[in-house]
Each structure stands twice: as structure tokens, then as C-alpha cells.
Design a protein around this ligand. Structure first.
Ligand code: NI
Length: 259
């Protein structure tokens, strides 16, 4: 299962159905599409509505904060009621990007973490160069908020802190990069029941496909490397990470049982 792919990105505008079919053909039968603003969140829901096994997350990414209107906030909040919306995301802190202040990013992140807590929805968290504040914001909301640190490249200490706060750890393409020894070292040690995998398509293609458009079917490449790192079979890795993803996204499992 690909827990994070942007099938709503313009790079998939022409062939999102084929991309989904190709993923299905190699056993990647479920995926979650996160939004980064009101428009991409609405698009994620629209795609999820049309394809089996595809679910949406909606939220405001820190890079979408400039000139954000109240109407856009309302639109995102409204989408949270849609049955195929299984999470809030992707949201978080990006201190590499200097478009808006850290304070404003934190305020918006905290607001959406609070939604997650109130509505019982997991939060898909983006963190770039802001690990301490990310963990502090999560801690500020306290128990009752869950979610996932997406595309994790941090240390085992950071992973443990996030897990203690109720979060899962998601690995993507960077796990496979040649120089990513530290990422693989941490991935070997993360609690088995908190590991999930993703592609972050169309970005971050795994090695040896770097530089090309990433696609959900490539989550198998991430799973292969995770299997190597853990000393697991590929089958076991797929079973464990899919089971974990269903615990991470409870609404997804419920939809599945009903549907
Ligand atoms: Ni993403």
C-alpha cells in the first residue's frame, strides 16, 4: 500500500487512471492521496471518489499559506466529512522554505492537529528542517492525536519520540538513496508495528529510478529496500506495512469492510 502519493498533481493530469491501473497490476491496490491546499485537496477527493482502493487526505501545507483565504479554510474543513477522506494532510512545518514565518506555520499546523484530535482523524505530517518544533507541536496537542511522519529521514531517537506520541513512521524513496546509510540504520530499528511505506509520487523516485517521475507502483522498490534492511522477506514486509497502514488510517479499514 502506498500511504502517500500525489495522484492529484498536474504531472498525472493526463494518465492518473493508467498510473492507478499499473499500481494495481503489481499488487499496490490501495493508496492515500494527500492535498496541499484547498484545490488539490478537492482534487484528491474527486480522484478517490472515482477509483477503488484510493483514499484522500485533505489539508493546508506550510508552502500554501501565503494569501490563504477563509473560504479555502472552510472548503478544506468541509471536505473532512467525505467518506473517502481518511486523514488530515499533508500539513506541518517547512523551515527550509521561507515564504511565511515559523510562528504562522506553527499556528496553522496546531490548528490542523487540533482538528485531527477533535475529529479522530490521523494527521500526515511534513517536516523539513523543523524536527524539534514538529515534535513540540504534536506534544502540545497531547494524547488523542495520531498520525504519521511522512517521508521520514530522521534519527531513531526522533522516531522513538514520535512513536511515543502515537505516530507512525513512513519511509519513501530517500530510504533507497545510495548515501542514505543513516536513514537505513534508523529504519532497521523502528518498532515493526509503526512502519509504513510511501512514494510521495511524483517526487523522490527511489534508486535506481531517480530523476524520473515517481509512481505509486514504485512503492514496491521502497518495500524491497526496507525488507533488506530489516532482514525480512518482501511478502512479510508488504503484510506488516499494509496492516500498520490500516491501523494508521482507521476510516480506510471501515470503508473497506463496508464496501
Ligand atoms: Ni507529499
Amino acid at each position: 500500500m502506498d500511504t502517500h502519493c500525489h495522484l492529484n498533481d498536474t504531472q498525472f493530469e493526463q494518465d492518473w487512471v493508467q498510473v492507478w491501473e499499473q499500481a494495481q497490476a503489481v499488487g499496490v491496490t490501495q493508496m492515500v492521496i494527500p492535498g496541499v491546499d484547498a484545490a488539490s485537496s478537492a482534487r484528491a477527493v474527486e480522484i478517490a471518489d472515482r477509483l477503488d482502493g484510493v483514499y484522500a487526505a485533505v489539508g493546508i501545507h506550510p508552502e500554501s499559506l501565503q494569501n490563504l483565504s477563509d473560504a479555502e479554510w472552510d472548503a478544506v474543513y468541509e471536505l473532512l466529512r467525505h467518506p473517502k477522506v481518511v486523514a488530515i494532510g499533508e500539513v506541518g512545518l517547512d523551515y527550509y522554505w521561507e515564504g511565511v514565518s515559523h510562528e504562522m506555520q506553527q499556528e496553522v499546523f496546531l490548528r490542523q492537529l487540533t482538528w485531527g484530535k477533535e475529529l479522530g482523524l490521523p494527521v500526515i505530517v511534513h517536516n523539513r528542517d523543523a524536527t524539534q518544533d514538529t515534535l513540540r507541536c504534536i506534544g502540545e496537542i497531547g494524547t488523542g492525536v495520531t498520525g504519521v511522519l511522512h517521508c521520514f529521514t530522521g534519527s531513531i531517537e526522533t522516531a522513538i519520540q514520535a512513536i511515543q506520541a502515537g505516530f507512525f513512521i513512513s519511509y519513501g524513496g530517500p530510504l533507497t538513496f545510495k548515501n542514505a546509510h543513516n536513514v537505513r540504520q534508523a529504519a532497521a530499528l523502528v518498532a515493526a508495528d509503526r512502519l509504513v511505506v510511501e512514494t510521495d509520487s511524483p517526487y523522490l523516485s527511489p534508486h535506481p529510478f531517480r530523476g524520473r517521475r515517481n509512481e505509486p507502483r514504485q512503492v514496491n522498490r521502497v518495500a524491497e529496500v526496507l525488507a533488506e534492511v530489516r532482514g525480512w522477506t518482501l511478502d512479510h514486509t508488504a503484510t506488516v506495512t499494509t496492516r500498520n497502514a490500516h491501523r494508521l488510517f482507521p476510516r480506510l479499514s471501515r470503508e473497506e469492510e463496508e464496501g
